[in-house]
Ligand binder design. Structure first.
Ligand code: UDP
Length: 564
């Protein structure tokens, strides 16, 4: 059966079930965004032309909303608790549905079991029940539940699972044996999945797939209205829970801000003003999403206090024409030094409250400032009040961008049979790579065809030897490219080093998340023995990593030119 784009979402709303406050929030959002999804579907239909698309049978099991995992989020929906996850799941469901796939949605263990065809209480028996789904989207909670209740089918079918994982899982934490031996074991990691089966909220590391969500897009009339309707001295504070306002040094920078701007908040409260929120702040209480958007349309500035990390709200603010001001973290926050990230399966260092806003959007929309430096802070406020900014939404966070990306993943990502396995020591690199004319990097030979079945297509591959201590994520960015982990197998040979004119005295195969790499002392080249450990993230001053990079579409970093 071919998938046909859908523009009427009323059946999806039925599939989503009812009862929980979280589901009510998600359904309201889906309903509100229906027109935007429909327009996006139309545009993408035209863009894709007549590419045949199979209709997939898809199960979406939202583990964190199940009673069995404690469902701590639903009761907090109306109290200022985290909403980012619900925003994302609502959008994932909408995207899959609009793309025309056949969906089942489960938010309890019982529903999960009945959809998997597992008789209740038979979870641990060594049966492999045929799985009626081509794809399963779930989260870490759901993964755990499936492992417990699918018996042997879990192993057999886990290549069909996609794990929605907000902050990401790096390969070193994902590989059970390696994580255990080298101190990367956490509560969440060690699933031995292909790292690209983990799908993140922002493009943190290319080791995982970037799933994302959408932000409401403005049409030309709305943009015009915003331009005229902005109050240049109105600021909205990022943070709907009073605890966010317990930040140290707050008085100092809030007093400065208060000199120039009228400060608004949307902090949840029960009967009276939360004591953390100063009296000069105009607090609206937690607003329904559409009213929050309206508030952003009037405001000039959206200001972050450092928490929550990496949420949707700053993108919404920027899309509604606000400047986003946030604090720089020095030293950066990570699982090594911060409670929030502790135990998360990543060593990623977060240099500001919203690194995506800082690195992918930047000025004039985003200002990242050291809040402890009052002069810098004050100068930023003054400059922001004088700058004129237009609403901006990166393409990858529009409905069309999200549809395009998920379409590409469904069409091309296959963790069950592909991508092409390259046996250790294969000579594929030798025959297809050439040293670029300027001798700085390797590229796919102009006349060589792409490796069949590989996605992204291998002709977009370019490889560099990184400087000592440099991660492949950064090394590729240095050249205006992104690291592409699926290309590692093609580089994993002594030939690749020799072609790059790296003098390997010898080459050794070992399990290490930084390999392939070259170590200066000893002139040794190290090759990767365990394909699951290929990792764009990670660095050590001991090694110069061999890094596979590719180009990307403007505003759609997950896709290369020719990736669709
Ligand atoms: N939001 C809301 N009412 C408010 C403030 C925010 O509905 O008063 C919504 C906002 O539109 C955004 C969502 O809350 O989509 C989550 O935003 P945030 O960045 O705060 O992430 P979280 O920490 O909730 O995951």
């Amino acid at each position: 059966v071919q998938a046909v784009f859908r523009s009427n979402l009323s059946h999806l709303l039925e599939l989503m079930g009812s009862g929980k406050e979280s589901l009510i929030f998600m359904k309201k959002r889906t309903k509100r965004l229906t027109a935007q999804w429909a327009t996006a579907a139309q545009r993408l239909t035209q863009k894709l032309g007549s590419i045949p698309r199979d209709q997939k049978q898809i199960l979406v099991h939202i583990g964190f909303l199940t009673e069995e995992s404690g469902d701590v989020f639903s009761p907090r929906v109306l109290k200022g608790g985290p909403l980012g996850e619900m925003v994302q799941w609502a959008d994932i469901l909408a995207a899959l549905y609009v793309l025309g796939h056949s969906l089942r949605v489960t938010v309890s263990l019982k529903e999960l079991q009945s959809n998997l065809g597992v008789p209740p209480g038979r979870g641990n028996c060594p049966l492999t029940v045929p799985l009626p789904f081509d794809l399963i989207y779930t989260d870490y909670h759901g993964l755990q539940q499936m492992k417990q209740h699918m018996g042997l089918s879990f192993k057999k079918y886990r290549c069909r699972i996609r794990v929605i994982d907000t902050f990401g899982t790096e390969p070193a934490y994902n590989h059970e044996e390696y994580a255990t031996l080298h101190g990367y074991r956490t509560n969440w990691g060690y699933w031995n999945l292909n790292p690209r089966q983990f799908m993140t909220m922002f493009p943190h590391t290319p080791d995982n797939s970037f799933m994302g969500f959408v932000s409401e897009e403005l049409n030309a009339t709305e943009k015009q209205l915003i331009r005229g309707g902005k109050a240049s001295n109105m600021a909205v504070v990022y943070g709907k829970e009073a605890s966010i306002w317990k930040v140290s040094g707050k008085e100092k920078f809030l007093d400065i801000l208060n000199k120039y701007m009228e400060i608004h908040g949307t902090v949840y409260y029960e009967s009276q003003r939360p004591p953390e929120v100063p009296a000069f702040v105009k607090n609206h209480g937690l607003l329904p999403q559409p009213e929050f958007q309206q508030l952003l349309r009037k405001a000039k500035l959206f200001i972050g206090f450092g928490f929550p990390y990496e949420g949707p709200a700053p993108l919404e603010a920027i899309a509604n024409g606000c400047v986003f001001l946030q604090s720089r973290f020095s030293p950066p926050h990570s699982s090594l030094n911060h409670e929030f990230f502790r135990g998360k399966p990543t060593s990623r260092e977060v240099f500001s409250q919203h690194p995506y806003a800082e690195n992918f959007i930047g000025k004039p929309h985003v200002w990242t400032v050291d809040y402890n430096n009052s002069e810098d802070f004050e100068a930023a406020i003054k400059a922001i009040m004088k700058t004129q900014v237009d609403p901006y939404l990166p393409y990858e966070y529009t409905c069309e961008g999200m549809l395009e990306r998920i379409h590409a993943y469904i069409q091309h990502q296959d963790f069950c049979t592909g991508p092409v396995p390259v046996p250790p020591g294969s000579h594929i690199a030798q025959s297809h790579f050439v040293l670029a004319p300027n001798a700085t990097h390797l590229e796919w030979a102009p006349n060589a065809s792409s490796v069949p079945g590989a996605w992204p297509p291998t002709h977009s591959l370019r490889a560099w030897l990184a400087a000592p201590g440099r991660a492949c994520t950064d090394a590729c960015l240095d050249h205006g490219l992104v690291c592409e982990p699926s290309f590692f197998p093609f580089l994993n040979s002594q030939d690749a080093f020799l072609k790059l004119q790296v003098p390997c005295d010898s080459a050794e195969w070992e399990m290490h998340h930084l390999y392939p790499a070259f170590a200066q002392p000893g002139q040794e080249c190290y090759l990767q023995k365990e394909p699951l450990l290929f990792s764009c993230a990670g660095s050590s001053t001991k090694y110069q990593r061999l890094c596979p990079c590719r180009d990307f579409l403007k505003g759609q970093v997950a896709l290369c030119q020719g990736c669709l």
